[in-house]
Design a binder for this molecule. Structure first.
Ligand SMILES: Cc1cc2nc3c(=O)[nH]c(=O)nc-3n(C[C@H](O)[C@H](O)[C@H](O)COP(=O)(O)O)c2cc1C
Length: 172
């Protein structure tokens, strides 16, 4: 009882963002005294949103925007009374190519989290400063499983968020 929980919520059409979500989860698993739930956005209940101490949200890049399913999920978050205020928020994305939307999508999700008063964290590494991102369709990254370079960023993000969830829980 009273163990804080991280909600990892994502949409994935062809599996890449799901791979990153699972890596985020394995990062969270490295931290003690914190639970997590990993679910597709359409499977997340309103209670799971409200009860989470942190939400780590993942989307593929679709025409330089987040997937509509992810936007719909964000639009379902309760706003009256700002119940999401002071929860930790973090993001991860997968995009086909370099610089064709992944950073825009990260900031789109981060902006929405800030509207709700959430505390935003980036990943553990400088290369994951805004969250974890993976390129899945260009050059050497095309046609393969998500590269370990990107998987590691997702793990680092999950671990960092979990560590801060535990730290903030002690402080409050
Ligand atoms: C409809 C559609 C639009 C896309 N638009 C972009 C885009 O604008 N920029 C980009 O980098 N990748 C784009 N992609 C590629 C996906 O973002 C990429 O394949 C991603 O890894 C898919 O994630 P998923 O396997 O979790 O569905 C698009 C893919 C689809 C299906």
């Amino acid at each position: 009882q009273d163990v804080p929980s991280v909600l990892i919520a994502y949409y994935s059409g062809s599996g890449n963002t799901q791979t990153m979500a699972e890596a985020v989860a394995s990062g969270v698993e490295q931290v003690e005294h914190v639970n997590y739930t990993i679910k597709r956005v359409d499977e997340v209940s309103p209670e799971e949103v409200l009860n989470a101490s942190a939400i780590i949200l993942g989307s593929p890049v679709y025409n330089a925007n987040m997937a509509p399913e992810v936007q719909e999920f964000i639009n379902s978050w309760p706003f009256a009374g700002r119940p999401l205020k002071d929860k930790i928020g973090a993001v991860f994305v997968t995009g086909g190519g370099f610089s064709i939307g992944e950073e825009s999508v990260m900031f789109g999700m981060i902006r929405a989290m800030l509207v709700h008063g959430m505390l935003i964290l980036g990943g553990a590494e400088t290369e994951a400063a805004f969250g974890a991102s993976a390129i899945t369709g260009e050059g050497e990254f095309a046609g393969k499983a998500v590269n370990p370079l990107f998987v590691k960023k997702a793990e680092g993000l999950g671990k960092r968020v979990a560590e801060w969830v535990v730290t903030l829980k002690k402080e409050r």
